[in-house]
Design a protein around this ligand. Structure first.
Ligand SMILES: [Zn+2]
Ligand SMILES: [Zn+2]
Length: 207
């Protein structure tokens, strides 16, 4: 999982160089800080750190248009993100929902498609890890009481995507002989003759 996170981070830094030249998509408790890597979204949590049951809500959008899934970059629309961080018995839990519409080309039938995706996010935010074993992909370290929202939400989105991009999970693909899109109905290719039936046919002919 470490590896996956590193990959996500690399995506993230590359993306940051270009991201957020758009105006007005950051709202609500989020500050944008310019770092040498680019602009990143930070959520300040100092006011809920020591207060059980207190909450910091947030709402923002991610720009993942240059991220590749399957053989294309289908996230052409902003990914809307809405959620909150809650102090639950001293543990900071982030819960959010990501929503966007993918515009892709199916890796199986090659048809263009649009599909809404909704990704639930649940993550634990911690100031320091008690031990190494605690570190999984859903635990994120805070820095100076702030959460790197972009990293957390982008990680959640990437981990949720399948490696193949399909128009629908049940896509039937193309006929390997005539190339017809089998989602539109069966083609007129005859099924391959079963060799056992061929033997039977021969026996009948010999009769
Ligand atoms: Zn398809
Ligand atoms: Zn066919």
């Amino acid at each position: 999982m470490r590896q996956k996170n590193t990959k996500v981070k690399r995506f993230f830094w590359e993306k940051c160089k270009k991201a957020f030249d758009k105006q007005g998509i950051n709202r609500y408790n989020i500050s944008c800080t310019t770092m040498k890597q680019g602009i990143i979204m930070l959520l300040r949590l100092s006011k809920i750190m020591d207060t059980p049951d207190s909450v910091v809500p947030f709402e923002t959008a991610l720009d993942l248009h240059d991220m590749q899934f399957g053989s294309n970059c289908p996230v052409t629309e902003p990914v809307a993100a809405k959620g909150l961080v809650k102090n639950t018995a001293g543990v900071l839990l982030l819960e959010a929902e990501l929503k966007t519409v993918l515009h892709g080309i199916c890796d199986r039938c090659a048809s263009p498609f649009e599909r809404e995706v909704v990704v639930p996010v649940r993550a634990v935010l911690t100031a320091q890890l008690q031990n190494e074993d605690e570190a999984d992909e859903w635990t994120f370290l805070l820095q100076d009481d702030t959460a790197d929202l972009d990293e957390i939400l982008t990680t959640a989105f990437v981990l949720n995507m399948d490696s193949k991009l399909l128009c629908k999970p049940s896509c039937k693909g193309l006929c390997c002989r005539c190339g017809k899109n089998l989602n539109d109905g069966p083609c007129s290719c005859r099924p391959e003759a079963d060799p056992r039936l061929a033997v039977l046919g021969q026996l009948l002919k010999d009769k």
